[in-house]
Design a protein around this ligand. Structure first.
Ligand code: FAD
Ligand code: DHB
Length: 388
């Protein structure tokens, strides 16, 4: 069969692209290897940048986000037993972020989709990138099919086939000597705003999903088995690492536990012929600073703009410009995520000197107004480019 654009992957990148193109009257087919229930329940990010909020709202996908999302005007940084607030609107000319879970964004976008999404349809390979009718071979309900289109967009995440289909990419990569143990708990958050804590025992983060559900993270060694962490041990460790006078951490039933490794990766360029990469398929950030989902949405906002110019005005140059435009934002976010990660975690393999320098960068971030402004402007993110 044939469509205009084949999208591989129904995560935030693929679903947002499908949504923006649907609004512009361009036909897309989304292939997703997992089931609908699986993608709607996969626990991941929770913070939307101002630009992500703006794109979802302007494209008609923001109704439930506006009703249920929680606007946050700052974060708290804790270290050496003290709390410091970073005030986003004051430091960025009025910008802020929104707490609204990735699971909810995904549900909203799936609900708005008119054309079907082929769930449990695994893309196997992409061919014909150098011609005008690239083909995606996929398996659905045990049968192999081929989908022909004008272009293919790989939004298939870190483990997808998109990145490997691109001939000889340049890959920049770094791993970190620690991971995050993340838990979801049925308890009201013990804070109004997110708390990022640096402690000699390791990093801790207090986030939230709703007024009654908390999301918390602890730095743990790589290859940690979540089963080795009892609920009591998790709560004790969180309380120790986040302790400041006059504050206490409310505990409650933990409903999910998982360990996430930390990685930085950029694969360049984001295009070969009629194949485009977007989101985690092209780049990974460590989670500190919450950039992953937001970069995915920023990529496809640019790409939707480029594809529309190409369809409507024949602008091949718009397609040519996509990779460079997207990568400029990607490297800004990669740098911010790397800096937040190294500044807030304790690195067992670092020189004691380097560890002190990282802590000093944190002190500078809260004492120098210029440094606070750099942190705030990166956290809320630059305005998105594109038609939306
Ligand atoms: P994904 O969401 O990964 O979507 C890719 C989709 O493609 C998936 O649905 C996958 O099933 C599908 N797919 C893969 N291969 C194929 C194939 N061959 N055929 C068809 N479909 C395929 N970011 C934060 O900001 N904060 C966090 O706390 C956070 N936690 C995270 C925890 C984990 C475990 C992971 C993996 C990521 C986390 N992230 C977090 C990052 C953020 O969730 C991602 O950046 C975001 O999901 C990227 O969206 P995406 O659409 O590019 O990729
Ligand atoms: C969340 C994740 C992050 O990586 C972060 O920096 C802030 C919040 C979250 O899952 O809520």
């Amino acid at each position: 069969s044939r469509t205009q654009i084949t999208i591989i992957g129904a995560g935030p990148a693929g679903l947002t692209l499908g949504h923006l193109l649907q609004r512009a009257g361009i036909d897309t087919v989304i292939l997703e290897s997992r089931s609908r229930a699986y993608v709607e329940q996969r626990q991941r990010a929770g913070i939307l940048e101002q630009g992500t909020v703006d794109v979802l709202r302007a494209s008609g996908a923001g109704a439930r986000m506006d009703a249920e999302g929680i606007r946050h005007d700052g974060i708290e940084l804790r270290f050496d037993g003290e709390s410091h607030r970073i005030d986003f609107p004051a430091l960025t000319g009025g910008r802020s972020v929104m707490v609204y879970a990735q699971t909810e964004v995904v549900k909203d976008l799936i609900a708005l989709r008119e054309a079907p999404i082929l769930f449990e349809a695994e893309a196997l390979d992409v061919t014909g990138l150098d011609g005008t009718s690239p083909e995606v071979r996929y398996r659905h309900e045990g049968v192999e099919h081929t989908l022909v289109s004008d272009a293919v967009v790989a939004c298939d995440g870190f483990h997808g086939i998109g990145r490997t289909a691109l001939p000889s990419p340049r890959v920049y990569e770094r791993t970190y000597p620690y991971s995050w143990l993340g838990v979801l708990a049925d308890v009201a958050p013990s804070c109004e705003e997110l708390i990022y804590a640096r402690h000699e025992r390791g990093f801790a983060l207090h986030s939230m999903r709703t007024p009654t559900v908390s999301r918390l993270y602890l730095q743990v060694p790589n290859d940690t088995d979540p089963a080795a962490w009892s609920d009591d041990r998790i709560w004790d460790e969180l309380a120790t690492r986040m302790a400041v006078d006059g504050w206490s951490l409310a505990t409650g039933p933990i409903t999910s536990k998982g360990v996430t490794p930390m990685r930085s990766l950029v694969s360049e360029p984001l295009r070969h012929g009629r194949l485009f990469l977007a989101g985690d398929a092209a780049h990974i950030v460590p989670p500190t600073g919450a950039k992953g989902l937001n970069l995915a949405v920023a990529d496809v906002t640019l790409l939707a703009d480029a594809l529309l110019r190409w369809y409507r005005k024949g602008e091949e140059s718009a397609l040519d410009a996509y990779s460079g435009r997207a990568l400029a934002r990607v490297w800004r976010a990669e740098t911010f995520s790397y800096e937040m990660t190294t500044m807030l975690h304790t690195d067992p393999s670092a020189l004691p000197f380097d560890d002190r320098v990282r802590r000093e960068r944190l002190r500078r971030a809260v004492t120098s107004p210029a440094a606070s402004a750099v942190l705030a402007e990166n956290y809320v993110g630059a305005p998105f480019e594109g038609l939306w």
